[in-house]
Design a protein around this ligand. Structure first.
Ligand code: ATP
Ligand code: MG
Length: 366
């Protein structure tokens, strides 16, 4: 999958224009606050997702204007397709191949991209929730049924937690707890099974990308750690039984705490570099490399599932990386269309795009 052309009208600080990126690496250079991230954000919006900066739709419109229009022409499975997104009155609407869509979410899955922004370093630095969200986000893109199971699990978990609090006051309600244990174990087993399978699929390309980024000097390891007494090699039935057993075992602790202390909502993904936990022992560059390897691996798995590789958006990724690591990202991501931003002009960059006060220059074909 690759972007053939991209047009903006009243979008952020970018001057109205059309650009035609190359099918391989596109290096976007410019000083701070010139519009580099705005350009990547614009490409990302065609996935149908919200801004990766967490911005409101109205904030995407150029100051002083009342609408914005962005258009994308991309090639997918040897077919050219178009998406137009209009932003007006605080909301976005989309037109896919000349067919209007009532919700932008209806275009999800048509144009696929994977984005790395410095905010994603929290994947290594923060707590387990970030890592669960990463796995869940990737799985939801691949398997819509997973999203449904996740919603169901959260609902059952809330009901069980409410019951635990009630039991503190009305001990006789304890008899009803096993129904919720069963339901939670059933949905939890499905989630755990899918997470384990996804991490196995993700591991191999992630290890390879990390090996490439570190020039074979360091080794990455990803391990699924269940939030109950289960493991990555269990069948779905075994996971269900194991989760049910953990819930029953912890029942009294849970009643005392007033919430569920065991289950897939306590899962984690351990990220190790050369055998040591990257969160506690990794350097800045190693942590950045690990997140990058995981993001690129996410793109590979998505590409394998969908039959086509997504577009890669790398925002401000080069800082903190030594020249050898930078070289890998700039020259060795073969077969992928990459947009990568940087402040320093990159010597030998094949197709530099310069941005100055929102004006884009020196792009092939513009
Ligand atoms: P850095 O290297 O610091 O990350 P950048 O080139 O990525 O910089 P952007 O984040 O893309 O910069 O933002 C560039 C400018 O866009 C900012 O100065 C901001 O004020 C401006 N900007 C943001 N939203 C709008 C908008 N809706 N209308 C006009 N300008 C905007
Ligand atoms: Mg930026």
């Amino acid at each position: 999958m690759f972007v053939k052309s991209l047009s903006f009208e009243n979008y952020r600080n970018l001057k109205n224009t059309t650009i035609m990126p190359t099918e391989s690496i596109n290096v976007i250079c410019g000083d701070n606050a010139q519009g580099k991230t705005n350009l990547l954000e614009c490409v990302w919006l065609f996935t149908g997702g919200r801004s990766f900066r967490g911005s409101k739709d109205s904030e995407l419109i150029s100051f002083g204007q009342n609408y914005a229009k962005i258009q994308l022409c991309f090639n997918s499975c040897n077919r050219d397709q178009t998406i137009e997104i209009n932003i007006k009155n605080g909301r976005r609407s989309a037109i896919l191949n000349d067919v209007p869509k009532s919700y932008v979410s209806h275009i999800i899955g048509v144009f696929c991209a994977v984005v790395f922004s410095p905010d994603h370093l929290t994947l290594v630095k923060n707590g387990p929730e970030e890592r669960r969200n990463f796995i869940d986000g990737a799985l939801c893109q691949i398997k819509p049924s997973y999203a449904a199971a996740l919603t169901k699990y959260k609902r059952i978990l809330n009901e069980r937690n409410a019951l635990l609090k009630d039991i503190q006051k009305h001990r006789e309600l304890i008899d009803t707890l096993d129904i919720w244990n069963d339901r939670l174990a059933c949905e939890g087993a499905l989630i755990s099974y899918e997470r384990a399978a996804y991490i196995k699929k993700l591991s191999q390309p992630a290890i390879q990308f990390y090996d490439g980024i570190s020039d074979g000097k360091e080794q990455l390891l990803l391990e699924y750690k269940t939030g109950f007494n289960g493991n990555e090699n269990m069948t779905r039935e075994e996971l269900r039984n194991s989760l049910l057993e953990s819930l029953r075992k912890k029942q009294n602790d849970d009643i005392y705490a007033g919430f569920t202390t065991t289950g897939v909502h306590r899962d984690d993904l351990t990220i190790k570099i050369n055998g040591y936990d990257a969160k506690n022992f990794g350097s800045q560059g190693q942590q950045r490399s690990a997140v990058l390897a995981m993001k690129l691996a996410e793109a590979t798995v998505l590409g394998n599932e969908k039959g086509e590789k997504p577009v890669i958006l790398l925002d401000d990724v080069l800082s903190e990386l030594d020249p050898s690591r930078q070289d890998y990202l700039l020259n060795r991501l073969d077969g992928l269309q990459v947009f990568i931003t940087c402040c320093e002009p990159i010597i030998n960059a094949k197709n530099p795009i310069h941005i100055n006060k929102g004006e884009i220059t020196a792009l092939e074909g513009t």
